[in-house]
Structures are given as structure tokens and as C-alpha cells.
Ligand binder design. Structure first.
Ligand code: ARG
Length: 436
């Protein structure tokens, strides 16, 4: 029962993201390591679910470990320079075989439709083509990369046509040149270039861990490209796979892909958690601000009402009608996190010198995270801007919180006259003041 309730709650909460993702274009990088992992079956199911929800999907497949294995069993030594394979013609023969066979297996996985499996009734159509034009990488620092290439052009128009017909487009790490040659490419580069050419809404990169960790081992939930580059240098030493994915994310981000997300391929459900919750499960690399504290506008009224409702019901806050809130919205500041109002607070000027701080509310998932403080600082800045020299607050249940932040108790009789007249003796709030 408990489980069912959690499931229902979760499903409800995901609805805003279901709407946000519909008809959007996501490019997913599936590195060879991910395809070989036991969790890959679950990833295929979750990708199928995304498709059913109307997301337009391009899957870019890698094959690094598979190619290494093929080379080794043929008695050849895999050769790399700075993380990139050197592809001579003998190597390319094995690359083509391996990628070909992997592509067929991948298509087979998306064609399954067994009764009792999550794929039942999904009816996925996949499409492939000569979408990637490549050119040789050439000689770099004296190293001849031979048949290793880079992306020269992506046929975005052709890919879009297939996406519009509801196909899942599959792209491998092989590209073709106008002279009919085949080049071996880095799948990370292909994913970035495809995302950029399609002006995709997201680039999703599968990595072994839960996104990117800082040196202390903590997951970085969001990263700006600048910060990501710093972490990338350290990662190069310890986890080349994640470092490469991060490099691709930063490159895509700099070329206007708004959200690049690194997600675990080893943990069951990590993809869905990342896409359908606000906090995600991996690392979001983005230029845009995921969270911001700002002046409230009339459009925030609905969000604020929802936020303060539980607190009004508990009697922590006095009730405010929608009309009142609309009239007083200019006194409010809010913290918006990915489209949701997670905190608010207001400052009402009472007379020339004194303002009242009111309606501080923090969403229950974000309590004790310093956001209350952050809002309070913003209100004090606003109070000074208004030329006030003192702020007061009336509270029934959070006196200690204000005491800890420099507020001093005061008598109701010391309140500005306007406030005294409105004082609700039944509520019996305590009054506090703070000089600015
Ligand atoms: N579900 C949202 C999205 O897919 C937000 C994800 C946030 N992820 C994160 N690692 N902070 O865009």
C-alpha cells in the first residue's frame, strides 16, 4: 500500500516534466560500456517509455571496449593517443565488423515486444542512414591518426524527417567521406555534433557513476561549463570515460545545447529519475541558471499559493487570498527552481523607517538548506533600498529562527501604530525587531 502511494505520488509529480519533454529532441550517447552492461536492458525499456511519451530520440552508439576485444582476439594491439584510437586499415576492418554487429544487436533489442515486458505494444521503428559526413583527423603532434576521423557535417534535415515520422534514429561512430571512405569517429564527438546540428533540447551521456563527483566524492547536481572544465582535468586521471563525456557536454553546452546530462548506466532507473524529478540523479551541465532568487511577478501567484497552503493549514502563516496576494505581489521575492517556486518571503513597508518581514515559506524538500537565509538577506537589501532603518517580524512558531538571525524581542506596544491597530490578539504572535 505504502509502495503504491509512493508510486502514485511520484507519477503525479512527474507530470510537469512529461509535458515539458513532449516533442522535444533528445540525443543520447550510449557508450560501448553501457551497451555491454547488465543494466542495459532496463535502459532500453526506459528509452522505449520516453518514445511512448512523445520524446524524439536519436541514439548514438559507441563501441570502444568491443573494438578493443575484437582487436585483441585478432592478435592486434589497440592503439590510442590522448584517449583517441589510431585507426589503420587493418583496425578499420575490425571496427566495421564490430560496429555492424553491435548495430544489429541494438536494433534487435528495440524490436522486442514480448507480452509481459515493458516493451509490449510499443512498436518501435528505428532508422539509420548516411547522416554523418567525416574527414580525416590527420596528423596531430606528429601522430598520424590515419582512418580516425572527425565529423564534418550532419544531415540534420534527414534525421528530422525520421524523427517527425516517430522513428528512433540510430547513429553509429562511423562516418563517410564524399570520396566513399569510411572513418572511425569518437562517439562523444558524433553525439555532440548531432545534438548541435539538430539544435537538440538535451544531450544525454551515459557514464558509469552517478554523473560527476567532486574530489570529495559528492555528486555535482548541476555544473556550469567553466566549473565542469576544472573537474574534467582531475577526472582525466581517474575516470577517462566520465571525463570524455564531460568534455562532450561542455562542448555542446558552449554550442547552445541548453541541457547536457550525465547519467549512470549502471543504476536501474537513473535515466527516469534524472528526467522526471527536479533534483535528477546525475549531473546537469548547463549555461542557464537552474535556480534563481528574484522579484515575484503576477505569474508567480499560483506557485506561491501552493507553497504557502500547507503552512496556512498548520496556522504557521496567516491566510492570504489570491486577490490579496495579487495586490501585494510587488512586496514578494521568490526562489524559483526549474520552473517551481520553492521559497518566498515578503517585505511590507509600514512607515518611513520600518518594514515588516512576512510570509517566509520554504518548500518542505528544501528546508534547512540555507535558502531562508538567502531570502532574508535579499529582503534586508530591499529594505535598505527603500530607505528603511528597521525591520520587524511577527511570529507564532519560529521565534528561535529570527533570534538566531539577530532579531530582538519587542513589546506589541512598541510596534508602529499601523501594525498595533491590526494586531491579532488571538494569534498572540511574538514581535521581533532588527536594526539595519
Ligand atoms: N528533470 C529535469 C530535466 O530533465 C531536471 C533535472 C535536474 N538534474 C540535475 N542533475 N540537477 O531537465
Amino acid at each position: 500500500m505504502d509502495n503504491l502511494q509512493t508510486y502514485i505520488e511520484w507519477f503525479r509529480h512527474s507530470s510537469s516534466y512529461i509535458n515539458a519533454h513532449r516533442r522535444k529532441v533528445f540525443v543520447l550517447l550510449l557508450p560501448g560500456e553501457a551497451i555491454a552492461h547488465p543494466n542495459f536492458g532496463n535502459i532500453v525499456h526506459d528509452i522505449t517509455l520516453l518514445h511512448s511519451l512523445g520524446v524524439k530520440l536519436v541514439l548514438v552508439q559507441g563501441a570502444r571496449p568491443q573494438i578493443d576485444t575484437a582487436l585483441t582476439s585478432a592478435g592486434l594491439e589497440p592503439r590510442y593517443h590522448e584517449g583517441l584510437r589510431i585507426t589503420d586499415s587493418e583496425t578499420l576492418r575490425h571496427v566495421k565488423q564490430t560496429v555492424g554487429s553491435l548495430s544489429i544487436d541494438l536494433e534487435a533489442q528495440f524490436s522486442m515486444g514480448l507480452v509481459n515486458s515493458p516493451m509490449h505494444g510499443a512498436d518501435i521503428r528505428t532508422s539509420r542512414g548516411n547522416y554523418i559526413t567525416a574527414r580525416p583527423l590527420g596528423v596531430l603532434n606528429g601522430v598520424d591518426f590515419s582512418l580516425t576521423g572527425v565529423v564534418r557535417k550532419v544531415d540534420a534535415g534527414a534525421i528530422r524527417e525520421h524523427l517527425d515520422e516517430r522513428s528512433i534514429v540510430l547513429v553509429s561512430n562511423l562516418g563517410y567521406s564524399p570520396t566513399g571512405e569510411v572513418f572511425n569517429l569518437s562517439s562523444e564527438d558524433v553525439a555532440t555534433e548531432v545534438a548541435v546540428a539538430l539544435r537538440a533540447d538535451k544531450l544525454i551521456l551515459f557514464v558509469p557513476g552517478s554523473g560527476v563527483n567532486n574530489p570529495a566524492g559528492e555528486r555535482q547536481s548541476t555544473l556550469k561549463p567553466q566549473a565542469a572544465e576544472v573537474l574534467m582535468k582531475e577526472l582525466r586521471m581517474t575516470d577517462l570515460q566520465t571525463a570524455e563525456a564531460l568534455r562532450a557536454a561542455v562542448a555542446a553546452c558552449r554550442k547552445q545545447i541548453q541541457r547536457c546530462q550525465l547519467i549512470s548506466y549502471t543504476r536501474n532507473g537513473a535515466l527516469l529519475e534524472e528526467l522526471f524529478t527536479r533534483e535528477g540523479s546525475g549531473t546537469l551541465v548547463s549555461q542557464e541558471r537552474f535556480e534563481e532568487l528574484r522579484q515575484a511577478t503576477i505569474d508567480d501567484v499560483g506557485g506561491i499559493l501552493e507553497l504557502i497552503k500547507p503552512l496556512e493549514e498548520q496556522g504557521v502563516l496567516v491566510r492570504r487570498s489570491r486577490e490579496l496576494l495579487e495586490a501585494e505581489i510587488d512586496y514578494f521575492k521568490v526562489i524559483e527552481r526549474d520552473g517551481t517556486i520553492i521559497a518566498c518571503a515578503a517585505i511590507y513597508p509600514l512607515d518611513e523607517t520600518c518594514g515588516e518581514i512576512a510570509c517566509i515559506a520554504i518548500h518542505r524538500e528544501y528546508q534547512d538548506t540555507g535558502r531562508g537565509e538567502h531570502l532574508m538577506q535579499a529582503l534586508e537589501v530591499e529594505a535598505r533600498r527603500l530607505g528603511l532603518s528597521e525591520v520587524i517580524v511577527l511570529t507564532t512558531q519560529t521565534a528561535h529562527w529570527f533570534r538566531e538571525r539577530g532579531f530582538l524581542p519587542m513589546e506589541v506596544g512598541e510596534l508602529p501604530v499601523k501594525k498595533q491597530q491590526m494586531y491579532n490578539y488571538q494569534r498572540n504572535s511574538k514581535a521581533f525587531r532588527k536594526a539595519l
